[in-house]
Design a protein around this ligand. Sequence first.
Ligand code: GRF
Length: 204
Amino acid sequence: MKKLIVLVSGNGTNLQAIIDAIEYGRIDASISAVIADRECFALERAEKHKIRTFLLKRTPENKEHYFHDLMKLMEDENPDLIVHAGFMKILPPFIVEKFPMKMINIHPALLPCFGGKGFYGMHVHEAVINSGARISGCSVHFVTEDVDGGPIIIQKTIEIADDDTPESLAEKIHVLEHKAVVEAVEKILTGNYKIEGKRVVSLH
Ligand code: GRF
């Protein structure tokens, strides 16, 4: 059976969507570890489902070897796929190189717009609304060294209402994320795709 690692920092609703999809038999995989960089509700969700959890906080004492420890932990699990589900750290290139096209990330906007450093959380939705865009959505993409710039696997869209606020938009997009992340995990695990430049193309 395929093995997943899920990296989290927050509420963990995307983690929950993956757990549910596994439990309903939609995704044929198991989550071998949930790793967080801070205390968060996502860890409680994992524990409730008897999934092993690891809390790796970055401190002044471990900052030199923090990312090496994280990499070692992930390597030891030998995962088929690593899902960044609201993980708030940008991984250094040496980790990204270790897991080429084996890490995916959920971003709450339609890449390649509104992505990159500084575009996280509510900042993304504020920027989208201030831009005057009439649609937004979410993207699930491969993690490469280019922050939020890897090949896009799945996107889902939503119309922006005149009275939308960053908060209301975030809420609506969150629902889309849960569908998108499950579809993306399914797609990657079936292996039924190839990557052509920045495009992820279905094989049949
Ligand atoms: C999501 O909005 C995701 O797009 C972003 O972080 C948030 C995580 O939400 N990368 P949750 O912890 O899965 O509820």
